[in-house]
Every structure is written in C-alpha cells, then in structure tokens.
Ligand binder design. Structure first.
Ligand SMILES: O=P(O)(O)O[C@H]1O[C@H](CO)[C@@H](O)[C@H]1O
Ligand SMILES: [Mn+2]
Ligand SMILES: [Mn+2]
Length: 396
C-alpha cells in the first residue's frame, strides 16, 4: 500500500515569483530575491566560508532535479542532465509570503482572505490591543510594540523585561503577533496561557498567528529556547491532512506542522530541533503504516539562518539536510513517494530580516523521472492525494 512523505524545507525558495514586486523587506521589493540561487552563488564566490567551504554541495537534491527546478523558476535554460525523480517549480497565489499561507496552499487551500499586517511604525499595535495584552498578562503595559528581529529585540529589551515584568510584543512583515518573555522570571506556562488567551482576538482581526517566544539567560546572554509555540488561525476548509484522515489514513506531523494546521487532520505530532526531527523522519520511513501521510517541516533554514541573514549557516544546513535525506530516499519502499518542497523564500543575502516572495522547488523521489514544469502550490496536495488514492474534495 502506498505511503507519502511531504517534506518542507522551510524558506528554501528558488526565486522567480511573478508578483515579487508586490512584497517587501522594508521599502525594498522582493524582485530578484532567490534564496537557493544566491546561496549557490555566494558559496561559489567564496563568501560562505564559516564552518564549511567552497561550492555548495547538495548532490542528492541535485540528483532529484533541484538544478532544473532552479533554472525553470527564474526562466534560465534548464540543464539537460538526467534526474532520478520528478521535478518542478511551484508558484503561490495566496496574498502572503509566510508559513501558514505557504503550508495551507501546499495542502490544497489557497488563503481566501487578506491577512492583517501591523504597520512598521512605533507603536505598531493599536492602543486597545496593547491594553488587552497587558490586561491578559496582568501587567501595567507592554514592551516593544514595533517591528523587530526576535533575537535583536531580546538583546535590546530583555533586561527591561526582567526589571518590569512586562511582556515584549513585536511583529514583522508577516501577519504575526509575537510575545517574548523569560521562561523563569515571567514563566513559560504563563507565556503560553497569555498567547492562547489573546489569540482569538488576533485571529478575529485576521492576524495569522500569535507566537510565544520564550527565552532564558541574563543581560548580554539572552537566548531563545525551543519552547516556541504558534497559535495559528483555524483553517476555513478541509485540507490534505483531512482528506487522508477521512479516507482512513494515518497522518504523522513532524515539527511545527501541528501548530500550523491547528492539529486539523493530524493524528500524532513530534517536535524538536531539526536534527531530532530528521531522526524521527528516518524512523517513520521504517515504521509509518500503509496509506499514511507523514508531513514534516524543517524550520531551522528559516529561523536560524534566513531571518538572521547568515549565508554560511544556511549553506551548512542545506549540506547537512542533503547528506541526511540521501539515505532516507534510498530507504523508501517501492510504492512510497517523498515530495520535497518549501513554503516561501528567506534569501539570506537580501536586505532586511523578513521572508522573500519566491517560487519553491517540488522534487519527487520514488516516481518516474519527469518534468512537472511550472505548477501551483496546491498541485502538491493533488500529487500526494493521487499517490495515496484519496479524494481531494471529499465533502462535495
Ligand atoms: O525574528 P523572529 O522572532 O525569528 O521572527 C520571525 O519568525 C516569525 C514567524 O516565522 C516571522 O514572522 C519572523 O518575524
Ligand atoms: Mn516558513
Ligand atoms: Mn520565518
């Protein structure tokens, strides 16, 4: 019986998005942003030498057709070398370049509304919202109230947070309301309850996610922990995970997939670092039941390297991922497919610290070599549904 493994390399875009000029980092449009393309170039130019060196080595992804997908996405001549899988480049239609928009559309549901974004002003949040958050936190106010990078804002405001007890609230070019608070002095459970309590109000405003961003340490040494939790807006319709579940299949979530889909259509979830998740994926390739879907997200490309504009780190993580995924592809059963894709871009050579609007690769291992060509994000859901022989629209 067939099984499917859908693996999202979070933010590994390949450029070429037709509407990139309508998405921005600060005042600069995303036109020309190309996460993988620019990393390959930086490596070849000797500009990504920290903890690695030389040209980017991702032979397993290249064998599946990553080079072809990259050329197709940006309109270059496509290399004629043989691939071992099917490959294509996917274009998003949702009006967002964030994780929920990308994942929902990959799962068959383009986002049917415009997200609410907070302006890049100080304050960034309306008075009533700041008051609501302070009241829910039991504090006299909030800190931050601006667009920020999460690692920079805890450096800046961590000490004041310890002194005042006020939560640090910030946003980005994404439709997010993020709260950073110290795990020990503020309390992790208190932070999670605060995010959960205010999430319905933010969701009503069409803010995609409230994100808890716990950290530890003391002045000059603040550090985020892996206890991040996203409270995402509920999905307005069934998606791939529901289709599989309704057809009697088991759905395993690996990483933040459970949060992104608010556990919709998901039977079990495991979270952890990318290294832990990779082990879990390997285990599921050995043990996942027939007719199941394993849906995995590897977030560290985005959270540790893309937003931090760390080109060497991003290249190291790509090389690590490639080396790990090779043996897993070889371990697939004859009737499995593994589809490797991404949810948006986050070009580490680009200005700013936000995502970049890009096309994404679609690489399919376990199927005959073929060109999928330029497809849509939601074709990914259709490909998986067809492989698992489940109805892609069971309610109609
Ligand atoms: O800078 P940090 O806190 O990592 O935040 C980033 O992570 C958020 C969610 O993926 C994005 O919206 C971006 O703001
Ligand atoms: Mn993402
Ligand atoms: Mn991100």
């Amino acid at each position: 019986m067939p099984r499917a493994f859908l693996v999202v390399m979070d933010s590994v875009g390949i450029g070429g998005a037709p509407e990139a000029d309508q998405f921005f980092n600060g005042d600069v449009p995303d036109t020309g942003a190309n996460t993988l393309g620019h990393i390959i170039k930086a490596c070849a130019d000797g500009l990504a030498e920290e903890g690695r060196s030389g040209p980017l080595r991702i032979p397993n992804l290249m064998q599946l057709g990553m080079g072809q997908a990259l050329a197709l996405a940006v309109g270059d001549d496509v290399p004629s070398s043989e691939t071992s899988g099917a490959w294509g480049a996917a274009t998003e239609v949702s009006r967002g370049k964030d994780t929920p928009s990308g994942h929902w559309e990959l799962a068959g549901l383009p986002v049917p509304w415009d997200w609410h974004y907070f302006p890049d002003t100080r304050p960034a949040f309306p008075k009533e919202l700041s008051a609501l958050v302070a009241k829910a936190a039991g504090t006299d106010g909030i800190l931050g109230n601006c667009h920020a990078s999460g690692t920079q804002i805890i450096e800046e405001l961590g000490q004041r947070h310890l002194e005042t007890g006020w939560p640090i609230c910030y946003t980005s070019a994404d439709s997010v309301f993020q709260i950073a608070a110290h795990e020990e002095s503020f309390g992790l459970d208190r932070l999670l309850s605060l995010c959960e309590a205010i999430a319905p109000r933010l969701h009503e405003m069409k803010v995609g996610r409230v994100i808890a961003r716990p950290f530890i340490g003391s002045e000059g040494k603040f550090e985020r922990t892996s206890h991040r939790k996203d409270f995402a807006i509920p999905l307005p319709a069934p998606v791939l995970t529901d289709w599989v579940q309704r057809a009697g299949g088991h759905v395993y979530a690996v990483g933040k997939i459970g949060d992104i889909f608010s556990m919709q259509g998901i039977d079990e979830v495991v979270k952890g670092s990318d290294a832990e998740l990779m082990k879990r994926l390997g285990h599921l390739i050995d043990t996942a039941v027939d007719s199941s879907l394993t849906f995995a997200n590897f977030v560290e490309f985005d959270s540790l390297y893309g937003h931090r504009r760390d080109v060497s780190g991003y290249a190291r993580h790509l090389e690590w991922f490639d080396a790990q995924i090779g043996p897993m592809i070889n371990a697939l059963r004859h009737d499995d497919v593994m589809l490797i894709t991404a949810d948006h871009g986050n070009d580490p050579t680009w200005i700013g610290t936000d995502h970049t609007r890009e096309r994404v690769p679609v690489l399919v291992a376990g199927t005959a070599p073929q060109k999928l060509g330029l497809i849509g994000f939601k074709d990914v859901a259709a490909l998986i549904a067809a492989h698992l022989m489940v109805d892609a629209n069971p309610s109609s």
